[in-house]
Design a protein around this ligand. Structure first.
Ligand SMILES: Cc1cc2nc3c(=O)[nH]c(=O)nc-3n(C[C@H](O)[C@H](O)[C@H](O)COP(=O)(O)O)c2cc1C
Length: 416
């Protein structure tokens, strides 16, 4: 019976344990989580989502406060186009966060950053350019281009000195998306170093429509694998979404995957950035509480626990402080929904917005409990104390369980 440890991921000169911890914004996949995954010989992802908020919390900078002060006079205005991000400060925060993470890296693994294209930041192209280049300047091992098609992203960095050295990967949920990407990027004469194939059971935003349940990871993965073979393209494939045990991972590796990307199991580790009480909510989740809805202002379907505070909330938009989801014209669909409800209800009424959520504020407060479809199985992975609380795990425990387990078994932690 094979174990994940019988396989290795080869990326250039690196030989790695084929386990990748997925990017989870905002600061759910922390530096500490990624550093552990790398120490154990795999790949750990951090995320650059809401970078200023993250550095303010971790390194006591005050980017968010300063930004709010600068744009305070615009708070009542629905047009947020004046609330631009200072590209110099964006570069500074990115370098601080990624540079410090890379300094903490130990052991044979690698640390990648997850970059979501849909974090449009009031100037999609310019801000993405700075995010990618600053990550490269700060010594990141790899960049995974996520949430969006990223058709022009390679062009933003192809004159960077590390363009051919840093590992570059994309996340796709269909063969068509991959073909489109390869066609658009042909001029850069550089293939992605890996492709994450994300199926419909993944956490966070989904690359599917409302018919997501009609798709399955193995079929999409097999279609992409066969096409790459037919085209004689040797690009490592990394499936993701619903790979819950070491045996699920072995199954994918035997089908030709080079590694697996996993996230949900790590949301209940000590190193994960969610507050402890939220980790308990993840443990307690039932299948009925997990839904895919349309409340993300990005326009993508998103999976979350529907008992989270972000659902049906009426938070006043705070784009002057955050503003990560403002499109190229300074608009966010949540701000528009909020304004609609405000006008409908009149002054002094408690506002509730059903169709969208203020993703910036909710993610910043860990109130949007985005999750993978198999979150309801997390209770199988730990012990419950007499006080009703589940014991938190460590990244090392979960990582090793993926690496060594067989027969669909899940190793419980030593009792506290
Ligand atoms: C809580 C949570 C947050 C996530 N956030 C992001 C994100 O910010 N960007 C992204 O590309 N993927 C995100 N994902 C997807 C994961 O990186 C990963 O590909 C996927 O969830 C793996 O499936 P699994 O959770 O079933 O193991 C998130 C997943 C979870 C569980």
């Amino acid at each position: 019976m094979k174990r994940v440890d019988d396989f290795r991921l080869r990326l250039g000169s690196h030989e790695l344990v084929p386990i990748v911890t997925g990017g989870m914004g905002v600061d759910i996949s922390t530096s500490a989580l990624a550093v552990e995954a790398a120490r154990l010989g795999g790949i750990g992802h951090i995320s650059d989502a809401m970078i200023h908020t993250v550095t303010d919390r971790e390194y006591h900078t005050h980017y968010v406060k300063d930004r709010l002060r600068q744009y305070k006079s615009n708070v009542g205005n629905l047009d947020k186009s004046v609330a631009q991000f200072d590209l110099g400060l964006l570069a500074e925060a990115t370098k601080l966060y990624i540079g410090t993470t890379m300094e903490a890296k130990r052991g044979p693994g690698l640390i990648f950053v997850n970059c979501m294209e849909k974090l449009t930041m009031n100037a999609p192209r310019e801000t993405l350019r700075v995010r990618l280049r600053s990550a490269m300047d700060a010594g990141i091992d790899g960049i995974t281009l996520a949430a969006g098609l990223h058709l022009g992203s390679f062009a933003l960095i192809q004159d960077h000195p590390r363009f051919r050295d840093v590992k570059l990967g994309i996340i796709v949920s269909s063969l068509r998306a991959l073909q489109l990407f390869l066609k658009k990027n042909a001029r850069s004469e550089r293939l992605p170093d890996y492709v994450v194939v994300e199926g419909p059971l993944a956490g966070g935003h989904l690359g599917f429509g409302d018919d997501w349940a009609q798709y399955d990871l193995v079929s999409i993965f097999s279609e992409i694998r066969d096409w790459l073979r037919a085209e004689k393209l040797d690009i490592p494939l990394i499936p993701a979404g619903g790979i819950f045990t070491g045996s699920d991972a072995v199954n994918m590796l035997e089908l030709g995957a080079s590694a697996v990307q996993v996230a949900t199991r790590f949301t209940v580790t000590r190193e994960c950035g969610l507050p402890d009480e939220v980790k308990q909510k993840y443990f307690e989740a039932t299948e009925e509480l997990i839904e895919v809805n349309r409340i993300s202002p990005t326009g993508y379907p998103m999976r979350m626990l529907r008992n989270c505070p972000a659902v049906d909330a009426g938070t006043r938009p705070n784009c002057e402080a955050f503003g990560y989801l403002l499109d190229a014209t300074g608009h966010c669909t949540y701000a528009e929904s909020y304004e609609r409800e405000r006008l409908r209800l009149g002054e002094g009424q408690k506002i509730k917005v059903h169709d969208k959520t203020c993703l910036c504020t909710q993610m910043r407060n860990y109130d949007c409990w985005t999750c993978g479809q198999l979150t309801w199985r997390l209770k199988e992975t730990s012990r419950r104390g007499e006080d009703g609380k589940y014991q938190l795990l460590t990244v090392e425990h979960v990582f090793r369980d993926y690496q060594y387990s067989t027969d669909g078994k899940i190793e419980l932690p030593q009792a506290d």
